[in-house]
Design a protein around this ligand. Structure first.
Ligand code: SAH
Ligand code: SF4
Ligand code: F3S
Length: 488
């Protein structure tokens, strides 16, 4: 191992990586005379993106954001319900803010996002400190909810909409380095994966007007951004029509073949055409819906990144069936084969996986391991099953796999993923890649950090490069999470 690797301390951690527990904290935007808002976000990229919409709505109403919680007049926690652990994290934060509020009685606390939607007014009963509860479709209403609290009441809106996409709201970029940004292209989810709480917390699936998506991408590019990630729970089911009649038919889930519509492949192409210098990424793809048309569009445009997040959840067809994923092992492997055929061996593929789902046998768990051996993911987000109230699985099946078994199976897939990640990264050594420079390496200002098209992190000496530029980097070493190279 080179000294640089040791020096950078970028080896992946062995423990479970729970993306839902990561907190992102807001930036300083407040002007004089504005009340100050501090936003803490948990969960998926969609939630981080929503916090930017929230900041924008609040800014219009004389609230600026602050990164210093001590000067906040209002604290928003944008929450996640995906696993029990995610909710427990937020409960602990509320306890913490309870103590803060003792010394600052005027401080207002709002719970937003998926946990707000799931628990509704129960949150007000259970967590006395909470003043505002707002679900994911209620963010335009936040200033009114704050006003209700100012007048001595509580503010609650957990109404789920069939239309809201916040298309006209220009997000305040809180989570940004000025180079990469998220664009929400749809909201909600109509898939009913039996383990998943999202359809209940985010409501029905709806797509956003492609014109507003392209306009946002263009605006970001003009401001100097060089990468956008199009976000949706299932981007492959993106559909839009300006025609009222077609809209009604799409609502009824009629087949779209004979209609003039914009599908996800069309949208990808429209965004890619904003500029060849603007990289386009997207997340999440659903194995049942990802089409060859999307893969061919990716192949056609160099600036559409060669990377697909394609969560498998399990490698066993019976488990996939009771998870209600609506594909089986063969279908999934066929999609991976199409990716390799159309986009090549180098295309990055990542996954989400759940161990110890209801009734999963040891043999079925082995099928997940063997599927991993076939696909060889670059990266996976791996979890053990956490039963969620109100989901189909909670109603239909017993959560019967003991915690120690779930955890042992999880450890096995994490270990395998580590081997595959290293293998996939080693494949890159000796090659040269175009890297978008996103920042400095964590350890040294003398090294820059960026990513390849296939989403692999690259660290290399700075020389004369600036952030936001592209560099051709020759890779000479790697870990299972970082490529190390030299610009040429
Ligand atoms: N829309 C995305 C996933 C969103 S949730 C998709 O369809 O793939 C992110 C991940 O959390 C899921 O892919 C799944 O692996 C995991 N997850 C969801 N519900 C879970 C539960 N009840 N227990 C454990 N992991 C869960
Ligand atoms: Fe949840 Fe399935 Fe929808 Fe993803 S596709 S958000 S896992 S219900
Ligand atoms: Fe969590 Fe809601 Fe996202 S449950 S993962 S924040 S959609």
């Amino acid at each position: 191992m080179s000294d640089l690797i040791k020096d950078l301390d970028i080896l992946p951690k062995k423990e479970e990586k729970d993306i839902s527990c990561e907190a992102r904290i807001s930036q300083d935007n407040a002007k004089d005379g504005q009340r100050k808002l501090y936003i803490e976000s948990y969960g998926c990229q969609m939630n981080f993106s929503d916090s930017e919409i929230v900041a924008s709505v609040m800014e219009e109403n004389n609230f600026g954001t602050t990164s210093n919680v001590e000067e906040a007049d209002l604290i928003f926690l944008n929450t996640c319900s995906i696993r029990d652990k995610a909710e427990q994290t937020v409960r602990k934060r509320l306890q913490h803010y309870n103590n803060v509020k003792k010394n600052k009685p005027g401080l207002l606390i709002g719970v937003l996002g998926c946990m707000a939607e799931r628990l509704k007014t129960k949150l007000l009963e259970e967590e006395k400190i909470v003043d505002i509860v707002a679900g994911p479709d209620a963010y335009r209403d936040l200033p009114k909810l704050v006003a209700e609290v100012d007048e001595g009441g509580k503010g609650v809106n957990v109404f789920l909409s069939r239309e809201e996409t916040y298309a006209d709201i220009s997000p305040v970029r809180l989570n940004s380095n000025g180079i990469t940004a998220f664009i929400s292209i749809m909201r909600g989810c109509d898939n009913m994966c039996s383990f998943c709480v999202v359809p209940f917390t985010r409501g029905r699936e709806r797509s956003r007007d492609p014109k507003s998506v392209v306009a946002e991408a263009q605006e970001l590019f003009d401001q100097g951004y060089r990468e956008v990630t199009l976000l949706g729970q299932n981007v492959d089911s993106y559909k839009w029509s300006d025609d009222e009649n077609n809209k009604a038919r799409l609502e009824k889930k009629e087949k779209a073949e004979d209609m003039e519509i914009t599908n996800f492949a069309n949208l990808l192409e429209m965004v890619a055409k904003v500029s060849p210098e603007l990289r386009v990424r997207f997340s999440t793809s659903h194995p049942k819906d990802i089409t060859d048309e999307v893969l061919h569009t990716m192949a056609k445009y160099e600036n559409i990144c060669n990377y697909i997040h394609l969560p498998v959840q399990s490698g066993n067809s019976r488990v996939l069936d009771i998870m209600n994923r609506t594909y089986d092992r063969e279908w999934y492997l066929n999609r991976v084969e199409a990716i390799r055929r159309i986009l090549g061996e180098e295309c990055g593929i990542s996954s989400d996986m759940i161990t110890g789902f209801c009734t999963e046998t040891e043999e079925e768990h082995q099928d997940t391991l063997s599927l991993m051996d076939i696909v060889k993911y670059d990266l996976s987000y791996m979890f053990y099953y956490s039963e969620r109230p109100g989901t189909l699985a909670e109603k239909k099946f017993e959560d019967d796999i003991p915690l120690d078994v779930k955890k042992r199976r999880l450890a096995e897939i994490i270990e395998k993923q580590g081997v595959h990640s290293l293998e996939r990264y080693k494949m890159c050594v000796g090659n040269t890649y175009k890297v978008l420079i996103e920042g400095y390496s964590k350890r040294s200002k003398e090294h820059l950090q960026g990513r390849t098209s296939s989403n692999k992190v690259v660290v290399f000496p700075k020389k004369d490069f600036k952030l936001g530029e592209y560099a051709e980097v020759k890779i000479h070493d790697c870990t299972a999470a970082t490529l190390i190279g030299e610009s040429i």
